[in-house]
Ligand binder design. Structure first.
Ligand SMILES: Cc1ncc(COP(=O)(O)O)c(C=O)c1O
Length: 414
């Protein structure tokens, strides 16, 4: 991704952060410096207001009601499907399935697609940097079906060793499931290349876009992925809503996921017939407010200068990385050439949880621990890391405060 052509003076993180109420608050008596965006992003006022408005003035169930409020709720909720379709450039609205988040999206594919096709001895290929959400659902279904999990290894920079891809993709491989951007290392993976290699052998690919979707444009037709999963809450939207994208031809072959209301056409005690896509895969009353909120979040993201936002985050990443490398005893875990704005690190002077606690006293929110990537921690020989993750509303002042906090930690523990 090139960032040089973008005029960053036209992009003001200072202006943008005013639209996020929580960024004006104080934590432990200090202005909040929020650097835990990889866990969840903050919400602009428009998203919060829209959800409040729904509950105050429009609350009704969707899809089944004839009365005005229900029709309004249905229109608003369904308009998000169209917005998501446009946002990820899906060919068809029916390819957008509402779930509760990335985790449920991946579980849906495991429970339907993988359960249908896997035979004993079959393989699913993931990578060494996957989030537990893109490991455990596959392990569960592979255990049930007698299959085997295979892993694309990574090098010491935290980049996939793609030389091994060809030999890992065999006639036994039934699915590749790989993350677009690592939540722990920040590595942006060449998923288009992986998809092409898998497709040459007729193998479908699921992309975990939980981390990529808030950081750069994702185009499912350009990637040619078969499935793609992401969560609303990392895209400046609410929790409890996520998306599974699937190519229509593939989704059409899937058996139902959950049984219940909305996913049926007819029910008798003898036999049930199922609804068409996307509803066949969406049983029960959905998270309507969150769905509507996600629509507002997408409107919001569409309203900002996306190209400049991407470049700004890259600038923040470079600026912070350079300053961190000057902090004595600090080691960055994840030094891929193509990286998003996530920096994992360890310090000689303090354990990750101590780093997190001291920074918290300064009003600085970072994440510490294994980041739901325990195999990755093992690969790098660390029990845990501290992780600062940026969004487009972060500033160089945020980075400076982080560095001051890290130097203070060295003073205290060093
Ligand atoms: C790469 C990646 N995949 C999957 C998930 C799971 O997302 P959720 O908990 O929103 O379902 C996360 C969350 O941090 C993630 O970073």
């Amino acid at each position: 991704m090139t960032h040089s052509a973008v005029n960053l003076t036209a992009f003001s993180a200072e202006q943008i952060r005013k639209e996020f109420p929580i960024l004006q608050t104080r934590v432990n008596g200090k202005p909040l410096i929020y650097l835990d965006n990889a866990a969840t992003a903050q919400k602009p006022g428009v998203v919060i207001d829209r959800m409040n408005d729904y509950y105050r003035n429009e609350n009704a169930n969707v899809h089944r009601g004839i009365h005005t409020l229900s029709q309004q709720a249905t229109t608003d909720y369904e308009s998000t499907r169209k917005k998501v379709q446009a946002f990820i450039h899906a060919a068809d609205e029916e390819e957008i399935i509402f779930t509760s988040g990335t985790t449920e999206s991946i579980n849906l594919v495991a429970s339907t697609f993988a359960r249908t096709i896997l035979k004993p001895g079959d393989e699913i290929l993931i990578s060494a940097m996957e989030h537990h959400s893109n490991i455990v659902p596959w392990q569960m279904i592979l255990e049930e079906k007698g299959g085997v999990l295979k892993v694309i290894p990574i090098n010491d920079n935290g980049e996939l060793i793609l030389d091994e891809l060809d030999s890992l993709l065999s006639s036994k491989t039934k699915l590749v499931a790989v993350s677009h951007m690592s939540n722990t290392l920040g590595t942006i993976n060449p998923v288009k290349e992986i998809i092409k290699a898998a497709h040459e052998k007729g193998i479908p690919v699921l992309v975990d876009a939980a981390q990529s979707i808030p950081h750069f444009p994702v185009d499912v037709q350009d990637l040619d992925c078969d499935f793609l999963a992401f969560s609303g809450h990392k895209l400046f939207g609410p929790t409890g809503i996520g998306i599974l994208y699937g190519k229509k031809a593939l989704l059409d072959t899937l058996p139902p996921y959950h049984g219940g209301g909305d996913m049926i056409k007819t029910v008798t005690f003898e036999k049930t017939t199922y609804n068409d896509l996307p509803f066949r895969l969406e049983a029960g009353t959905p998270n309507i407010a969150a769905g509507i909120g996600l629509g507002s979040a997408i409107d919001y993201v569409n309203s900002i200068d996306w190209k400049s936002a991407v470049a700004w985050e890259h600038e923040l990443l470079t600026y912070t990385t350079e300053k961190m490398l000057e902090v004595p005893g600090l080691r960055i875990i994840g030094t891929a050439a193509n990286k998003g704005s996530v920096i994992s690190f360890v310090m000689k002077s303090a354990h990750a949880s101590d780093i997190g606690m001291i920074l918290d006293q300064e009003g600085i929110a970072i994440r510490t621990g294994h980041h739901c990537t325990q195999p990755l921690m093992k690969r790098f020989g660390v029990p845990a890391t501290a992780r600062a993750s940026f969004a487009f509303y972060n500033t160089k002042e945020d980075a400076d405060a982080l560095i001051r906090g890290l130097l203070k930690i060295n003073d205290l523990f060093g």
